[in-house]
Design a protein around this ligand. Sequence first.
Ligand code: ZN
Length: 269
Amino acid sequence: MIKKKIGNGTFLFFPNFLNYKELIHAISTRHSGVSSNNYASLNLSFQVGDEDDNVKENHQILSQTLGFDLSSLATCQQIHQDNIAMVDGSYLKKDCFLPGNAFPETDALVTDVPGITLMTRYADCVPLIFYDPKTHTVAISHAGWKGTLLHIAQKTVEVLVKDYHCQPQHILAAIGPSIGPCCYQINSTMADQAVKELYKAQEHFVKSTNDDLYFNLWQANKKQLQRVGIKDEHLYSAELCTSCNFDLFYSYRKGKKVTGRFGALIGLR
Ligand SMILES: [Zn+2]
């Protein structure tokens, strides 16, 4: 990914999305912001024990730094399922970044409305972002262990195709920073689940020298996207581990469950 210092913050960008001037997109990091201790310092979640006022101020810093309208930022109450919300023009200026206004029980968002920015929040799960330059539609999905097994990557593309008339061969997709195969240890129950739910799941298992089993979430999501027709040249994977880069990202495992969340964002200007 391309790392840029903007203001006091550090943001990462996907090279395959940067050519499109009509887009705003970024992965935020811990840098800048006003939260402290485990949440230091740009925590974007109201649901992890941080002070609401700090989280609100962090959102203001984020919108000012990246240059989007905070009142038109759409977020969702992520529950590790596969519900996908279509965000229409009625959500402009509705403060959907606040917990009471966020899309309930939703793990992916899609819009073709200029002015709306979509954001999902992360600490180890996989951010997936999408853009179809033909129909000017953007999407974002939260694909952790459960989301990956529920095929949320594939289902998001299916909504783009069915409801927004996108063609898979035109869609650009990116896989953001998340826990990597270096750190994501799974147990035998999880391995069995993966084998049951995913096509050729064994290809995503990594065995350590002492026979511990690790899982490659990046590759599992990449395979899903390839299987629904996303072209290799339109697919970018950050291959950045949140646990290995705890100075830059929040990590649920490295932070021993008490930690903040960074954001993945995409929207049409
Ligand atoms: Zn790692």
